[in-house]
Design a protein around this ligand. Structure first.
Ligand code: SAH
Ligand code: SF4
Length: 378
C-alpha cells in the first residue's frame, strides 16, 4: 500500500467530513462510515453498501484501513491481558504495549501514545528506555479496535468500558493524534464512551493541558508523585520547566472547563523512603486542599536498573490514612498484571526474536490488598 494514502483509522469525524465535503457529499455520511468501521468492523470500503458505488470507489482509491499488528498476547494470573503490537510502518523493535484490565463490570484498556518516552521520570521503565517515535491516531485507536475485537471473540459482550492513556509515552507530547483518538473514543458512531470514562494521564505538560481546554472533555490525571518542587523535580524532571503551582493552576483551569461534577485524578506512586512519609502525606494534603480530585496511590512497581523499592503495606496504609482523615478521597491502586510486567511503569514493549522480554520479577497481587479500584478508571 502506498504511503500517500490516507489511513481511515487516522480520521476523526471532522476529518471524514472534510474528505466528504471536498466531494460535495453531505456531512452526515461520516456517521455511516464511522459505524461501518467501528460498529460493523468492516475494513473494506467496497462493502459499505449504504454509500453510493461511486463514493465507495473514490474513498477506496484514496484510503486504506491499516491497523497495528498484534505480535503477542499474554494473560496474567489475575486476568489482565497484555498485547504487544507493532505500530503501522515501524519495526518489531519499536513495539508498544496495550493492557486490558478486567475488573468487575469494567474492561479498562490502558493504551500507549508513543514508542518510549522522552521525559525520563526516574522510576519508570518507559522513561529509562528513551523516546523513539510518536504513534499516529490509527495506532492509538487501533489498539482499542483490536482489543475490542478480541473481547468479542472471547464472548465478552461489554467490550471496552474505559480507556486510560497510561501506557507507554506522554500523551500530551503527541497532542493532535491523541486528541483525534479521544474524539473517536467519545464519538457515538465509533466507541461511544462517556467522557469521564476516557482519562488522559500526564506527567505535567502545562501547554498541553492548556490546549485541552475547549478541545476535549475527557478526564485528566496528573502524575504528581511529590508535594514539593524539590522532590518532584528529582522524580519527574519536567517539573523543572513546569513547577507544581503552574501545573495545578492549569489542571484546575481544565477541570473548570468540564463543569462542576467532574474531578481530577492525582496519581502518586509511593516509593519507599523517598515520598512515603507521614510528612510527605501532610504536605500533599496542604498542596491539594483546594483541588477537586481523587488521589490514586500507586505502590511502586519495581523496574530493572532502579534501586527504588515499594513501601511496606503498613506505611502505604498510614500514608492513605492521613489523606482520608483530611477529607481527601484516595484509594490504593491494585497491582494488576505484574506477573507479566503489565503493571504501571513496567511497559517497555520489549521484543526478543518476536517474543516479549520476560523478566523474572514477579509480585503476587495479593501482597497489596486494596480499598477499591482505581479512581481514574471510574
Ligand atoms: N506519561 C504519562 C502516562 C503514562 S505513565 C504519565 O506519566 O502520566 C502511567 C502512570 O504510571 C503514571 O502516573 C506514572 O507516573 C506511573 N508509573 C510509572 N512508572 C511506575 C512504576 N515503576 N511504578 C508505579 N507507577 C509508575
Ligand atoms: Fe514518560 Fe510517564 Fe514514564 Fe514519565 S512516567 S517517563 S512521562 S511514561
Amino acid at each position: 500500500m502506498s504511503d500517500s494514502r490516507l489511513h481511515l483509522f487516522d480520521l476523526n469525524r471532522e476529518a471524514i467530513e472534510g474528505l466528504l465535503a471536498r466531494r460535495d457529499v453531505a456531512p452526515w455520511r461520516a456517521s455511516q462510515i464511522l459505524k461501518w468501521l467501528y460498529h460493523q468492523r468492516e475494513l473494506d470500503v467496497a462493502c459499505m453498501t449504504n454509500l453510493s458505488k461511486s463514493l465507495r470507489g473514490e474513498i477506496a482509491a484514496l484510503t486504506d484501513a491499516q491497523l497495528p499488528e498484534v505480535l503477542e498476547e499474554r494473560v496474567a494470573a489475575d486476568g489482565v491481558r497484555k498485547f504487544l503490537m507493532r505500530p503501522i510502518g515501524l519495526g518489531v523493535s519499536q513495539a508498544i504495549e496495550t493492557v486490558l484490565i478486567p475488573d468487575g463490570s469494567r474492561n479498562t484498556l490502558c493504551v500507549s501514545s508513543q514508542v518510549g518516552c522522552a521525559l525520563g521520570c526516574t522510576f519508570c521503565a518507559t522513561g529509562k528506555q528513551g523516546f523513539s517515535a510518536h504513534l499516529r491516531t490509527a495506532d492509538i485507536i487501533g489498539q482499542a479496535w483490536l482489543v475490542q475485537g478480541r473481547l468479542k471473540e472471547l464472548g465478552d459482550s461489554r467490550g471496552i468500558t474505559n480507556v486510560v492513556f497510561m501506557g507507554m509515552g506522554e500523551p500530551l507530547l503527541n497532542f493532535e493524534p491523541v486528541m483525534r483518538a479521544v474524539d473517536l473514543l467519545l464519538d457515538d458512531c465509533a466507541f461511544g464512551l462517556a467522557n469521564h470514562r476516557v482519562t488522559i494521564s500526564t506527567a505535567g505538560l502545562v501547554p498541553g493541558i492548556d490546549a485541552m481546554i475547549g478541545r476535549t472533555s475527557s478526564s485528566l490525571a496528573i502524575s504528581l508523585h511529590a508535594a514539593t518542587d524539590e522532590l518532584r523535580s528529582q522524580l519527574v524532571p519536567i517539573n523543572r520547566k513546569y513547577p507544581i503551582s503552574r501545573l495545578l493552576a492549569s489542571a484546575k483551569a481544565y477541570l473548570g472547563s468540564l463543569g462542576p461534577r467532574r474531578r481530577l485524578t492525582m496519581e502518586y506512586t509511593l516509593i519507599r523512603g523517598v515520598n512515603d512519609s507521614i510528612q510527605d502525606a501532610k504536605a500533599l494534603v496542604k498542596r491539594l486542599a483546594d483541588v477537586r480530585c481523587n488521589i490514586n496511590l500507586i505502590p511502586f512497581n519495581p523496574i530493572e536498573g532502579s534501586d527504588f523499592e515499594r513501601p511496606i503495606m503498613r506505611s502505604i496504609r498510614d500514608f492513605q490514612r492521613v489523606l482520608l482523615d483530611s477529607g481527601l478521597a484516595s484509594i490504593v491502586r491494585k497491582t494488576r498484571g505484574d506477573d507479566i510486567d503489565a503493571a504501571c511503569g513496567q511497559l517497555v514493549g520489549g521484543v526478543q526474536a518476536g517474543r516479549s522480554t520476560i523478566r523474572t520479577q514477579s509480585f503476587a497481587s495479593e501482597q497489596i490488598p486494596t480499598v477499591a479500584v482505581a479512581g481514574s478508571f471510574a
